[in-house]
Design a protein around this ligand. Structure first.
Ligand code: FAD
Length: 511
């Protein structure tokens, strides 16, 4: 590995999921001599991306699908808060990006005629989701991108941890990072791309891997970079209730094929085919009423379970469960961070030299709730736009997409975060997760949000400490935005403000 911290890069990519690697591959294949670095806190292949199961939504078949229909489905899921221009970019450029991935070597499942097999998922009005290895889509995308990055001249810094943005003279000049031995370095770059993923680890129960600690949003908040929509956290209703973390997903397809959600008395209480947020809310209310930590998914009536759902069957076997006879313990789990670092249509943040793409970003495509299988697509599409914008000399953000101020309500976060009494970071992490789950989880109200106490360990050059500090920082922002949004919309549910209010048809922007 070249000594990256002694030279300045043209583009420093933080994170090695679908967004970061897509950008790195494209940038390294661009102008000759361009110096690209990928800095990631774990091994290169370790990212939420590789856990993605369902697939990538893009208009790759002909009639009856169209990009207008994909746009309409995305806007409907976003509950009035999507930026229509950003969604237009997503649906128009998405199919080309999937073809780019195929050209790189990603292998998607084919139908009997040799065309891409298209599946239908909740919220999509037609079949338009491509998948790989059944439910191993993310693993295949990650494999193809990791292979492609390793084949380029991009320098890779694995197990390096980005601590904070380097801001000098009003622009981002790279990051302060810890190397694998815990030594501090300034890693300098003309442009820095945040592609650090989401913050599912804010909650006790999550489908996200341990790395999803909201580091990118926390770095942005500390540097005064605008973030938005952070109150919108999508929960998946049917995660297996099991000590294993991240929690295995029991996909929507099971409910689609007739699996039933039952409470602790075995009663059904919700239409299983309703969208994720509706089922999650009904389950959270029932769990609270019955004082239990989980409910049940009854898939005993599903024929040929193992043949139809091999990945899920394997996960269940690993947990000692047989879906033919056992009811499966389930609970909602934090799944996707809808908001993040605010960007324009080209991925530029409010800080010159800093760009964001993927789950860390708020491009405006998801609005108040993400449509299933739109997030891998968002990562590919907007990462590519960042590289194109840098190549044509864009510097700083423009008033496009979610960056249009007319649609903002500005918010200050003045929520105190106390100093932790213990130095046990694992314990503090658990306390943060517990507080967020109880106070700012699937359903919230003023009292529950007021009760969220977040403690912060003192600064230290250690990854575990930095991650916990980041969780506290992002948690405080989520709570502040959830307090301010006095309505229910998309995946933000306030029991004290159950209706959607036109006064809040704006994004809450934290600077
Ligand atoms: C179980 C599950 C199933 C899903 N299924 C689907 C699906 O079917 N379709 C779909 O579209 N989406 C799905 N999603 C969501 C989707 O997987 C993610 O939104 C997407 O992969 C995020 O990609 P990303 O590149 O933005 O970030 P990630 O893939 O999360 O990558 C982030 C990277 O940043 C690195 N990083 C983080 N912080 C730092 C730091 N401080 N310093 C250095 N590096 C850092 C991480 O190590 C990682 O490499 C699913 C998610 C889960 C959890």
């Amino acid at each position: 590995m070249p000594d990256l911290h002694t030279q300045s890069l043209d583009l420093l990519v933080l994170g090695s999921g679908v967004a970061g690697l897509s950008a790195a591959v494209q940038a390294a294949a661009g102008e000759p001599g361009v110096r690209v670095g990928v800095l990631s806190k774990a091994d290169l292949h370790q990212a939420t991306t590789r856990w993605a199961q369902g697939g990538v939504a893009a208009v790759l078949g002909g009639d009856p699908d169209s990009t207008d229909l994909h746009l309409a489905d995305t806007l409907a899921a976003g509950a009035g808060l999507c930026d229509a221009d950003a969604v237009r970019v997503l649906v128009d450029e998405g199919p080309g990006r999937v073809q780019d991935l195929i050209a790189l070597g990603a292998v998607f499942d084919l139908d009997a005629h040799g065309g891409l097999a298209l599946a239908r998922e909740g919220g999509h009005s037609v079949a338009r989701v491509v998948h790989a290895g059944g439910a191993a889509t993310g693993a295949e995308i990650e494999r193809a991108l990791v292979d492609a990055v390793r084949a380029t001249a991009a320098s890779v810094m694995e197990r390096w941890f980005a601590v904070d943005l380097l801001v000098e003279g009003g622009r981002c000049r790279g990051v302060v990072a810890l190397d694998p031995q815990g030594r501090r370095h300034d890693v300098r770059a003309a442009h820095t791309l945040l592609a650090t993923g989401g913050a599912g680890q804010l909650y006790s129960v999550t489908t996200n891997p341990a790395e999803a600690t909201g580091d990118g949003v926390a770095m942005a908040l500390r540097a005064g970079v605008a973030t938005a929509d952070v109150e919108f956290v999508q929960f998946h209703p049917t995660a297996l209730h099991h000590p294993q973390m991240p929690r295995p997903l029991l996909s929507e397809a099971l409910r689609g094929h007739g699996a039933l959600v039952r409470d602790t008395h075995g009663e059904r209480f919700v239409d299983e085919l309703k969208p994720r947020d509706v089922v999650s809310k009904a389950m959270a209310a029932r769990m609270l009423a019955q004082g239990v930590e989980h409910l049940w998914l009854d898939a005993t009536g599903l024929a040929d379970f193992g043949a139809r759902f091999p990945t899920i069957a394997a996960a269940l076997a690993g947990a000692g469960l047989d879906p033919a006879v056992d009811w499966l313990p389930i609970a909602p789990a934090a799944h996707y961070s809808v908001g993040g670092v605010l960007t324009d249509l080209d991925g530029a943040s409010s800080l010159p030299g800093l760009w964001a793409a993927g789950e860390v970003a708020c491009t405006g495509v998801h609005g108040a709730n993400r449509l299933a299988s739109n997030s891998l697509l968002e990562g590919m599409v907007f990462a590519a736009r960042v590289v194109e914008a840098i190549a044509r000399g864009q510097d700083g953000c423009e008033e496009t997409g979610a960056m249009r101020r007319a649609n903002w309500l500005q918010l200050r976060v003045n929520r105190p975060v106390s100093a932790a009494k213990s130095s046990d970071t694992a314990k503090i992490r658990e306390q943060i997760q517990h507080a967020m789950t109880i106070g700012a989880g699937v359903v919230r109200d003023a009292a529950s949000l007021a009760g969220v106490n977040l403690a912060m360990p003192p600064e230290a050059d250690r990854v575990d400490v930095c991650e916990v500090r980041n969780l506290a920082t992002v948690g405080a922002a989520v709570v502040a935005a959830a307090v301010a949004r006095e309505e229910s919309r998309g995946c933000h549910t306030r029991t004290d403000f159950p209706d959607t209010s036109p006064a809040f048809a704006r994004r809450l922007v934290i600077r």
